[in-house]
Design a protein around this ligand. Structure first.
Ligand code: SF4
Ligand code: SF4
Length: 212
């Protein structure tokens, strides 16, 4: 059976090709309105707090190493299965697990933030770095050194003390605070907590229109 769509048009609409006129009117209207596109990369976008960009492994300022304790929660929760961790534990009683390698295949990541949310020590974060362009595929397969380097770069450009930077995705929502591990109980600015969270249209109402 053949189904053919026949738009209903009056005689005048057919003679004057109403759709073409409508299209031209729309083009003319847009010609004089403010552009909504951006000339990237010359013009950089305004990145909001909590943007889910390149991953970073937080460097512990006391040890100079990653804060990761090798619990594997991030690798288990990751829906893309793009986190690989290798660790070992020394035989001495009371010794901590040592992370030998931590890798993220960023091209497979869907930026859900689950790894960040589930980490009990706030060791893995999504930074506000959004530029991934590369001619070398291997550079998008983040090694532990690259992830630590990402944190160093991110911490260096923060406009507030690193300790005060609390990415909203670090704190699982809807759970009683006393059930969360201590690092998850860091104070969160009201605009990032529960009902008062300011995102989308609410964010624009608070901060005005974005620069384009
Ligand atoms: S953001 Fe989501 S997909 Fe990406 S590594 Fe973390 S858990 Fe996996
Ligand atoms: S959840 Fe955190 S501490 Fe556990 S393995 Fe992942 S990054 Fe390391």
């Amino acid at each position: 059976m053949q189904i053919q769509y026949k738009p209903k048009r009056g005689l005048l609409a057919t003679i004057f090709q109403a759709e073409i006129l409508q299209g031209m009117a729309l083009t003319l209207k847009r010609l004089f309105s403010k552009p909504i596109t951006r000339q990237y990369p010359e013009e950089k976008p305004q990145i909001r707090t909590g943007f889910r960009g390149q991953h970073a492994l937080v460097r512990d300022p006391k040890t100079g190493k990653s804060k990761c304790v090798g619990c594997m929660r991030c690798a288990m929760v990751c829906p893309s299965r793009c986190i690989r961790i290798r660790s070992h534990k020394d035989k001495e009683p009371g010794s901590r697990r040592v992370i030998d390698d931590y890798q993220i295949e960023s091209l497979r990541c869907v930026y859900c933030g689950y790894c960040e949310e589930v980490c009990p020590v706030n060791a893995i974060v999504l930074t506000e770095f959004y530029e991934y362009g590369s001619y070398d595929r291997r550079s998008l397969y983040f090694t532990m050194e690259q992830l630590l380097g990402n944190w160093d770069r991110f911490a260096a450009q923060l406009d507030r003390p690193v300790e005060e930077y609390v990415n909203p995705f670090w704190r699982p929502r809807g759970l009683p605070e006393q059930t969360l591990p201590a690092p998850k109980r860091l104070p969160v600015s009201p605009e990032w907590s529960g009902e008062q969270q300011v995102v989308g249209r609410k964010w624009r109402q608070h901060h005005g229109p974005e620069q384009s």
